[in-house]
Structures are given as structure tokens and as C-alpha cells.
Design a protein around this ligand. Structure first.
Ligand SMILES: [Zn+2]
Length: 315
């Protein structure tokens, strides 16, 4: 991670919070994307009230005069019109009015976004996508998250629920998707860390997982490399379609599995994507590895806070 020691030069920071299934990661972030201070605490799983209380406590831990806004990245589709967390798969939040609650609690502008959108915004502002106006980010972890920056603005769709790139069809009537998704053949079912773990177990027994698959590939295991290449092929098919839709200069791969397996995924995924993509995108698009690690979400969430601050100031 870069720039953790940059001093505060103006009272113009935002707090970003990345709400995960096990941890709340929070940080005070400057306009240049550097993290001034950090804090983390466990995510409670028992009730919405408790989650809200812990998010408030995380803000309180970091709040000072330098902070002008707060932003949240949440693993759920977001209703931007009403500031609602629509529904988390792994957390007790449903139609949760997080934005207004926090705005009333702290009296400063509050922004809210999907966690994968926040990660994409973080990489765009301070990581692998700095200086690009058009990028697509895929986070390969337990699931597959997607985020898009288009024409220098985060893409959110009409209500704020876009872009769920993990849930596009790459195989008609293919594998059943995960969690509450009723779809089949979705990208997530083929390229998530969970899918890689399933492939690893099929080849190396019940104790294998995605981490071991990458480790075996590092050790030169031909079967492990073949399985990762297969994952990369599906990934490239998806990326080729995203390139045709969004016309990005850059596709950033992040998430625990995406970063760990990057060296195996990048080549074959890029090749498959170029096969599907049309010119001129085919020639110009490139893949890059996410740079911010686990800080991408909180940095991006802080920029969602800055967005709310700038909107409030120009209103
Ligand atoms: Zn799905």
C-alpha cells in the first residue's frame, strides 16, 4: 500500500468503510487516495442494529476536523435513490436505510455504494487504474464482483445496482450460480475462488482449495496449471463481452483469488478476451493486477464519500 505517511495538508479528508463478512475496514483517506489513518473491527452478524452501531463506532474512532464526508462500501445491491442497502447475502441487512441514518448521526455528507464498485473506484483513483477514464474491474473472491468506470464516472445503472458483472451468462444453461442467485452459467460459477476451490477438490481431494491450487501451479504441477487455464478461459470470455459493452482501456483483476492466481489467469484470459472483442478494443485493451490489496474497498468508499461531499457543495 502506498502513501500511508502523507500528512494532512487540508481539512478535506473522507472516511471510507468497507463492510465485509468478517471485518469492517475503515480509514481516513485524503483526496490523493493516500490512507492517513486506519481502523478495523469485527463485523457483527446478529442484527441490523448491531451492524449499524459497529459502523458508527468505526466512524467515531476516526472522525476529526479533517473529515468532511463518509462513504460506505457494502456487499449488496444499493438503491441509490433511497440510500438503501437492498439485501446482503451474508449480513443481516435488508432494505437498510444506511445513508440517511449515518447522515443524521454525523451531520456530514454520506455516500453509499456496492463493495465491488467501491473497489473499482479505489483502483481507479489510487491504484492500477490511475489516469484512466474507462475501466472495468472484476474482484474474484468468494463471489465475483464487478465495477465499471465509464467516461470518468462510476457506472451504477438506473437505481445504483449496476454493474453485477459476476452474474452475466458465459455458458447457456450452465452451472448453477451461488447464494441467492437463481441463475445458471454465470461467470461467478466458473471463475470465483469458490469455483477454483471446487475444481481443486475434484482434482486433488477434499482438503484442497483455491490457495493450494495456486501453490501447486507455482510448484509446476501440470494439472493445477491446466485447471487455472480453464478458469482463465471462462474469465476471458466474460472479459471479451465486457470489453464489447463498455470499451474500457483497462480491465483490473482483484480479489483474493484474482490477485493470487493473476500470473496464471492473465495470459490465457487476455487471449480469450481478444478473440471475443471487436476492434478497436481488441487491440487496445489490457489486463492489470489490482494494486491496493484489501485497502481498495475502503479507499474507494472514501471517494464515494467525496462524491457526496462535492454533490452537497455544488447543490
Ligand atoms: Zn449468478
Amino acid at each position: 500500500m502506498r502513501g500511508t505517511t502523507v500528512p494532512i495538508v487540508q481539512a478535506d479528508n473522507a472516511i471510507g468503510l468497507d463492510l465485509g463478512g468478517t471485518k469492517i475496514l475503515a480509514g481516513v483517506v485524503a483526496r490523493d487516495g493516500s490512507v492517513v489513518r486506519r481502523h478495523e473491527r469485527p463485523t457483527p452478524l446478529d442484527s441490523q442494529e448491531h451492524v449499524f452501531a459497529e459502523l458508527e463506532a468505526a466512524v467515531m474512532e476516526l472522525l476529526d476536523d479533517s473529515v468532511g464526508a463518509v462513504g460506505f462500501g457494502v456487499p449488496s445491491p444499493i438503491d441509490q435513490a433511497h440510500g438503501l442497502v437492498v439485501r446482503c447475502v451474508n449480513l443481516p441487512l435488508e432494505d437498510a436505510p444506511l445513508r440517511d441514518h449515518m447522515r443524521e448521526r454525523f451531520g456530514i455528507p454520506v455516500g453509499l455504494d456496492n463493495d465491488a464498485n467501491a473497489a473499482a473506484i479505489g483502483e481507479w483513483r489510487a491504484g492500477a487504474g490511475r489516469g484512466e477514464d474507462d475501466l472495468v474491474m472484476l474482484t474474484l473472491g468468494t463471489g465475483v464482483g464487478g465495477g465499471v468506470v465509464s467516461g470518468g464516472r462510476p457506472f451504477r445503472g438506473r437505481n445504483g445496482a449496476g454493474a453485477e458483472l459476476g452474474h452475466v451468462v458465459v455458458v447457456h444453461d450452465g452451472r448453477a450460480c451461488q447464494g441467492s442467485c437463481t441463475g445458471h452459467g454465470h461467470l461467478e460459477a466458473y471463475v470465483s475462488g469458490t469455483a477454483a476451490t471446487a475444481a481443486a477438490r475434484g482434482a486433488f481431494g477434499p482438503s484442497a482449495d483455491a490457495h493450494r491450487l495456486v501453490r501447486l501451479a507455482n510448484e509446476g504441477d501440470a494439472k493445477a496449471r491446466e485447471l487455472l487455464e480453464e478458469v482463465a478461459g471462462y474469465l476471458g470470455s466474460g472479459i471479451g463481452s465486457f470489453v464489447n459493452v463498455f470499451g474500457p482501456q483497462l480491465v483490473v483483476l482483484g480479489g483474493g483469488f484474482g490477485v493470487a492466481a493473476y500470473d496464471y489467469l492473465q495470459g490465457p484470459a487476455e487471449e480469450a478476451a481478444r478473440r471475443e472483442a471487436l476492434e478497436p478494443m481488441r487491440s487496445t485493451v489490457r489486463l492489470a493486477k489490482a494494486e491496493l490489496g484489501t485497502a481498495a474497498g475502503l479507499i474507494g468508499a472514501a471517494f464515494v464519500g467525496f462524491e457526496a461531499l462535492d454533490a452537497a457543495e455544488s447543490a
